[in-house]
Design a protein around this ligand. Structure first.
Ligand SMILES: [Zn+2]
Ligand SMILES: [Zn+2]
Length: 120
């Protein structure tokens, strides 16, 4: 048995209606992530690359495939990656991002977590 940590999820809900990912953690904390934010912050290598290019030269961002606008992003499929991460297939066909629970928990957008970070 692997020891449980507070960054382990107790419950994961992908709500396609509201377009949010909702995670309840083992320590009872609750996080809600919008699909828009998750897709924008996709941790895969090509998105990292695209984001860093966008920082350097604003108008050279060309994403392959249909470009999604905020408000249109949908998750068409998702699966657990071992014990440690989630993988989503987005409505633009992109599916290479591995979202670890650890980074999801670290980037929890709730007021409590964002406030705690700002106070440091
Ligand atoms: Zn990506
Ligand atoms: Zn939080």
């Amino acid at each position: 048995m692997r020891p449980t940590r507070s960054s382990d999820p107790a419950e994961v809900i992908v709500d396609r209606q509201e377009r949010v990912l909702s995670i309840t953690w083992r320590d009872g904390h609750h996080s809600v992530y919008s699909f828009d934010d998750l897709r924008r912050d996709c941790p895969c290598a090509s998105c990292n690359d695209a984001r860093s290019k966008r920082l350097n030269s604003r108008d050279l961002l060309v994403l392959s495939g249909p470009v999604l606008k905020p408000g249109e992003v949908q998750i068409t499929n998702y699966r657990a990656v071992g014990w440690y991460a989630l993988n989503f297939t987005w409505s633009d066909g992109h599916d290479t991002g591995i979202y670890t629970y650890e980074s999801l928990r670290a980037n929890c957008p709730c007021e409590q977590c964002v406030g705690a970070e700002a106070a440091q």
